[in-house]
Design a binder for this molecule. Structure first.
Ligand code: UDP
Length: 328
């Protein structure tokens, strides 16, 4: 299939692009390189540097490449940032999605996979979170993804655009020692902890230890980026049978302290930690129920173990301490 991957130079998008190429698909990556890295795009994939905020650029890519499926990763993705700069999300994220969906409809694309998020659920009414839990986005970020999910619902009704919304919990780990997570600035727990292990930072600051959890620190469901990639392949194959939404996690929660402890074991480093203020908007616990995608598509995560997840990330960080662009 010809697959357009927006944000295919980013962490999850590039991993999925690689997996698509390996499965024999013809991949074109669209990325503006504002956060992604050209070196992360698989050599076998086509690459177009374009910006989804400009509709003419999007149309150009669609008319040139005529994709049969679109996977839309390109996005602003930070809960905290969205509380400070809501229009990056309520405007940019939504506008980029609209531009892409308009072109998808115009060029008769029939399959669309959206990167969505556990932040749709804000402070959840029950744990684990299945797809029936009431949606009440926790931030402008979550809201922007919910808006895009609803748009896709209507484009399915009106234009037969089949879609899958895949709601990632905490994406983590590296696809290989030469393909991993490289954000600037880095805000995510596991890469920051590993930067401490590498001596690039003095310590990890734990954002609050007074939550209603066993050790007082936040509990999250970490899911390996290769397992997420597999879910995209399965969803793509299933789309002709109808649209669908899935929550993607391992169904197991680890506290911030457990992540740090595990990283100490994996790296053999001390990793100094201190407790700081809670981060606004962080719910105490987020754990997915992924029974639906397991039952319907046979998704079976291969990296359920936190040690494996952190181990793969550690291999990447050790080999590429400065990420993809050491010269920058
Ligand atoms: N966290 C932390 N210190 C950090 C970064 C993150 O204590 O320097 C915590 C954060 O409060 C959350 C968990 O680690 O409970 C995972 O955060 P991350 O930013 O990796 O992902 P999120 O849950 O925001 O998607």
């Amino acid at each position: 299939m010809r697959v357009l991957v927006t944000g295919g130079a980013g962490y999850i998008g590039s991993t999925v692009a690689r997996r698509l190429v390996d499965a024999g698909h013809h991949v074109v990556v669209l990325d503006n390189l504002s956060q992604g890295h050209r070196a992360a795009v698989p050599a076998e994939a086509g690459f177009v540097e374009a910006d989804l905020r400009h509709r003419d650029q999007v149309e150009h890519v669609l008319s040139d490449h005529r994709p049969e499926a679109i996977m839309h990763f390109a996005s602003n993705t930070l809960v905290g940032e969205s509380m400070e700069e809501p229009f990056l999300y309520l405007d940019d994220n939504v506008r980029c999605g609209i531009n892409l969906m308009r072109s998808a409809v115009e060029y008769d694309v029939e399959r669309f996979i959206l990167s969505s998020t556990a932040n749709l659920f804000g402070v959840p009414e029950r744990i684990p979170l299945d797809e029936e839990v009431t949606i009440a986005p926790g931030s402008p970020y979550g809201e922007s993804k919910f808006i895009l999910e609803r748009m896709l619902h209507w484009l399915d009704e009106t234009h037969n655009l089949r879609f899958a919304a895949l709601r990632y919990f905490n994406a983590a780990g590296a696809a290989g020692p030469d393909q991993g997570e490289d954000h600037d600035p880095e805000t995510h727990l596991i890469p920051i902890v590993l930067e401490v292990a590498l001596g690039q930072r003095d310590k990890i600051v734990i954002f609050g230890d007074d939550y209603d959890t066993p050790d007082g620190t936040c509990v999250r469901d970490y899911v390996h980026v290769l397992d997420l990639a597999e879910a995209h392949i399965l969803a793509l194959e299933a789309l002709d049978d109808g649209s669908r939404v899935y929550n993607l996690g391992n169904g197991e929660g680890y506290s911030v302290r457990e992540v740090i402890e595990t990283a100490r074991r994996v790296t053999g480093q001390e990793i100094p930690a201190e407790v700081g203020a809670p981060r606004p908007g962080d719910p105490a616990t987020l754990i997915a129920s992924s029974d639906k995608i397991r039952d319907e598509l046979g998704w079976t995560p291969q990296y359920g173990d936190l040690e494996d997840i952190i181990g793969t990330a550690w291999a990447w960080h050790r080999r590429h301490p400065d990420g993809y662009n050491p010269a920058e």
